[in-house]
Structure formats: C-alpha cells, structure tokens
Design a protein around this ligand. Structure first.
Ligand code: F1P
Length: 357
C-alpha cells in the first residue's frame, strides 16, 4: 500500500489475525460444551430463525444452512427489518421458534428491536450471538453464545464474520457430534492461515488489474451468503458496485451484463460443482475473467480458468467457507488499495447503524 502500509491498516490486521481468533474461540467454546448441548436438546424441535443486518445478515444466511446441514434442525434466515415489518411471514401460526439474533456490536437498532419484539410480543426465546458480551443484545437475550471475541476496531466486519460463524458451526457440531468434523476443527485455523498466506499475492495481483469494473460473486446454498458478503466487502472497502447471485441464477438474466471488464468469482461447493463447472465453461465464452475457489478433493476436473484457488480437501462444504472467506475479504481490501482508498475509512458508513424507531 502506498499511502498507508498494509500493516498500519486495522482492517488488514483484523483479516490476517482471524485464524488466531478462531483458536481462542474454540478453546472458550469447548468450556461450555454442556450448556450448548442442553440448548440443542431443548430446542431441537423448534425452527431456528437466524437474523442480523448487513454482514451479520449474510452470516445468518450462511450459518443457518450449515447449521441445518449439521443438525437436521429446521432454520430460516431473515434480515432483522423483516421481523419488524413482516413478522407474520417469519413466525407463522402456532409454530415453535427460537430466534438467533446476530450482531458484532450488539447495538444495531434493527436487530435490538427485532429481538425485543420477538421476545416480548411474540413470547419467542432468543439466543444472541455477538462479539460484545456486555451489549444490550446479549444482556436482554434469554440465551447467548459468549466468549471473549476480540473486539474489531474497523468499521468493516471481517474476522468477526468468520469467528461468529465458527461459534455456530461449533454449536451444530455439539448438537450432532461427528468424529471427522471434530478432528477437522482442530486443524482448520492453521490450514486456513497457510492457504491465506499462499494465495495473498495472487489475490493482490487480481485486485490490481485495472480493467475490472464489474465484480460478480456466485455461490449456492451456504455459499450464497458468502457471495453476498464478498460483494459487500467490495462495496464497503473499494466503493465499487458489485453483484451476487445463486450461481445458476446468473444465467437467467444477469449474464447479459458480462463484458471483458467483469471478474466473476465462483465460490464452488462439493454439492454443486458439476453444475458450477458447466457454468464456468459457459460464461468464459462471454469474455469474463474468472476466479474459481474450489476444494482439492472435488470429484471432477475443473475447466481451464483464469485463476484457480485450491483449498485443502477433507473439510467438506461445512468448513470450506473458512478457507474462502479470508481470501474474499483480502480481495476487497486489495481492490481498495489499488484504488487508493483507505479501507479503514469507508465512505458513508459507521460501525453501527442507529435509528430512531
Ligand atoms: C452490522 C452492520 C455491518 C456494516 C455496517 C453497519 O453491524 O450492518 O455489517 O458493515 O458498518 O453495521 P452489527 O449489527 O453486526 O454490529
């Protein structure tokens, strides 16, 4: 970075220290195993409604699907505002629900109001997830996932996304234990850090290509939440419009906007790779530059692409987001640097949105 060195940037520090945060988080989460097991037991027949705003909403999208894959418990994900505006479309009839409000700060007005409405007017219990154990969200919730998250100072959420996601994956792993997953959780942080360091120069190179005007992120299932979050990182840090879709939806209209200044990032999954590989081939013909994130143990050969980032096999669709997300955050960071924009000071944004409601 010319005008500010990467190490001077808070956002950069928070992106690159996140794997250490996961290790700490896992240590503290493991001390509350019994508490989390009981939560799972008490609410296994409820629908868990994951909610948040901005990054915390995209986290809700990804976490709800991973949690459902892990536990078989029914989930849905909605922005906090939907609970305020259309509550009857979220909590239906006499169904049994647990609300999971997610917020880094624990002070965003919409999620606070949504949690309060759910608890008091609808008599639905809440399980808060926040990086701030002293926040009103945690204080007022019936239950909370608590551990000493390292507080982020940046406006833009990065490590807090993956650390809160990890806490929900961990909860799922306790509710429905699996030996392989428990073993993989032990190596995840170190392996993710290795991959992040290995591919950081490539991400920087891609982010520095001047011709890109259109950033598109595609993913299915839990990876669609990652696509939304990656697009948001480009908007917040680099101040560029970006788009995100369910991968196969891109054919149904949006691909009409592809030009040779479009970078399409494919956030692939084990479940979707057959379809995604075909999409990668098809979109190449339209002239887009393609970046593919994929696990090494996919049971097929990737078509030839401009940039391929391969992450270790054996982690499955539940844990590969922890390899992809730090790299997607770095893409936003380095695009900002390329545009000589300071990612620590995003335009028009503050760390918390406070409204008079
Ligand atoms: C959520 C959030 C951020 C966003 C922005 C304002 O905050 O929407 O995702 O980057 O700066 O706040 P929180 O509820 O998770 O604290």
């Amino acid at each position: 970075m010319d005008f500010i060195s990467a190490n001077q940037s808070l956002t950069y520090q928070e992106i690159t220290r996140q794997q250490q945060e996961w290790q700490r988080a896992l240590y503290f989460l493991s001390r509350n195993r019994e508490k989390y097991r009981i939560i799972g037991e008490d609410f296994k027949n409820h629908t868990w409604v994951f909610s948040g705003c901005g990054t915390s909403y995209y986290l809700a999208q990804t976490a709800s699907l991973i949690f459902e894959m892990l536990t078989g418990i029914k989930t849905k994900a909605v922005p906090a505002s939907e609970i305020l505006i259309f509550p009857d479309t979220v909590f239906i009839g006499s169904g049994k629900y647990l609300m999971v409000p997610i917020s880094r700060s624990g002070t965003t007005t919409e999620i606070l109001k949504a949690a309060e409405k759910t608890r008091t007017e609808l008599a639905i219990p809440t399980l808060a997830v926040s990086c701030n154990p002293a926040s009103p969200l945690v204080r007022e919730s019936n239950l909370a996932i608590e551990f000493p998250f390292q507080r982020e100072k940046s406006v833009v959420m990065t490590g807090s996304f993956t650390t809160m996601l990890l806490s929900l994956v961990y909860l799922g792993a306790i509710i429905h234990p699996r030996t392989v997953l428990t073993a993989r959780l032990k190596t995840l942080a170190e392996d993710s850090q290795t991959i992040m360091k290995q591919y950081e120069p490539l991400i920087k190179e891609i982010a520095s290509r001047p011709e890109f005007e259109n950033f598109v992120f595609l993913g299915q299932g839990p990876f669609q939440g990652l696509a939304n979050e990656a697009a948001l990182k480009i908007q917040e840090m680099a101040l560029i419009n970006s788009q995100s879709y369910h991968s196969l939806e891109y054919r149904h209209g949006p691909m009409s906007t592809v030009t040779d200044s479009t970078l399409i990032t494919f956030i692939t999954s084990h479940a979707g790779v057959q379809h995604e590989a075909k999409l990668i081939q098809d979109l190449k013909k339209l002239g887009a530059v393609e970046l593919v994130l994929a696990a090494r143990d996919l049971d097929m050969k990737m078509p030839k692409v401009d940039y391929l980032i391969e992450v270790p096999g054996g982690y499955g669709d539940v844990l590969i987001p922890f390899f992809y997300m730090p790299l997607l955050q770095l893409l936003g960071f380095y695009r900002a640097v390329h545009r000589r924009i300071n990612p620590d000071k995003p335009q028009n944004l503050s760390a918390v949105v406070t409204l008079e409601i």
